[in-house]
Ligand binder design. Structure first.
Ligand SMILES: Nc1ncnc2c1ncn2[C@@H]1O[C@H](COP(=O)(O)OP(=O)(O)OP(=O)(O)O)[C@@H](O)[C@H]1O
Ligand SMILES: [Mg+2]
Length: 328
């Protein structure tokens, strides 16, 4: 394992407000006061789970520097990514890589997939020559379980979704990243390949010392691969902690509802976080305070008064609820 992968990426009290309408009068807070760190001395996998629209991709884009926080900061190696020098930015661009949901969109359909693999090597000047580049590419493809001879020379449409997704992971690996942000990397892939790709991500942590943010709306796969689970609801972190504790002893009613909604113990059956409808189980409590109150079976009028802060209830264990559930 590489002992030198020490890059740490941190969002601190980061919010993203989208403005639309005439003069930007309509404001939508996609993410609010998000604090989250990944990487550093010990590699780990942080799963960010939440239903559609909860702010997962917004958080990923923030961590990648694709979007600036409206307030708060994102730092890499302690430097605000909005204020990096050219050299610092280059290190950041190399050490923090992304893998997205739909691998087809990333490929240029007119180029063989080789192009997507050679380009980052030449942009970052990593390979000594073409032979060295080819050797590095072959190693990266093998790491993700692809046979170079069957992969190189192909056009994107000649490969399956699972193969394209693994090429994207190989592409990220070529840059020897410290951190990979994977936004729904397996949601477009069928069940049989899903676990293969997740195993690959797990191996990257264990064998290459790479830390990952794994974004998903599937709590089952989050539990399978993650050390830490962060639960997002309506743009705020409502709960976080060790994967075991969050799943086995959820403290936020939303997390508990998610776990109760898992239809099948079969990890290959994807499970729909959007199953819990607004109003379902709620006590008619308005969402003027806690945003989950209208859907919360435990809500009382106290919940309507003010939004709870994210409180540390045990070391590394956070919950945003005025009356956290009892735990185990
Ligand atoms: N460019 C934008 N302009 C305005 N609103 C946006 C923009 N991008 C996202 N949003 C809104 O911000 C919220 C969070 O969106 P985001 O894409 O982060 O959710 P998500 O958790 O990734 O959802 P999904 O599971 O569907 O991918 C949503 O309400 C979305 O409509
Ligand atoms: Mg998304």
């Amino acid at each position: 394992m590489s002992a030198s992968k020490t890059g740490r990426l941190e969002a601190r009290d980061a919010s993203v407000v989208f403005r639309s309408g005439f003069g930007g009068r309509i404001a939508k807070t996609a993410l609010r006061d998000a604090t989250l760190g990944i990487g550093g001395e010990k590699p780990s996998i942080v799963a960010v789970v939440g239903e559609s629209g909860s702010g997962k991709t917004t958080l990923t884009h923030l961590l990648l520097g694709f979007r600036s926080p409206t307030s708060g900061t994102v730092t890499y190696r302690g430097v605000d990514i909005a204020k990096m020098t050219g050299g610092e930015r280059r290190v950041f661009r190399r050490e923090v890589q992304a893998v997205f949901q739909d691998p087809f969109e990333v490929f240029n359909p007119f180029y063989r997939v080789d192009h997507a693999l050679f380009t980052p090597l030449s942009v970052f000047g990593i390979a000594r020559d073409r032979n060295d580049a080819r050797a590095k590419i072959e190693t990266a493809l093998e790491t993700v379980g692809l046979r170079p001879g069957e992969t190189l020379g192909k056009y994107p449409h000649q490969l399956s979704g699972g193969q394209r997704q693994r090429i994207m992971i190989a592409r990220a690996l070529l840059l020897d990243p410290h951190i990979i942000l994977a936004d729904e990397p397996v949601s477009m892939v069928d069940a049989s390949l899903r676990s293969t790709i997740l195993q690959t991500l797990l191996r990257l942590k264990e064998e290459a010392g790479i830390s990952l943010v794994y974004v998903t709306h599937d709590l089952t796969t989050a539990y399978q691969v993650a050390d830490t689970i962060v639960v997002l609801f309506a743009g705020v972190i409502v709960e976080s902690g060790g994967a075991e504790e969050v799943i086995n002893a959820p403290r936020h009613p939303y997390t508990r509802a998610l776990i109760d909604a898992i239809p099948s113990p079969d990890p290959d059956v994807p499970w729909n976080l959007d199953a819990i409808e607004p109003g379902e189980g709620g006590n008619g409590i308005p969402g003027t305070g806690c945003p989950f109150a209208p859907r919360c079976p435990f809500a009382t009028m106290d919940c309507a008064r003010a939004e709870p802060a994210l409180a540390e209830i045990a070391p590394g264990r956070h919950v945003r609820c005025i009356r956290p559930l009892g735990g185990a």
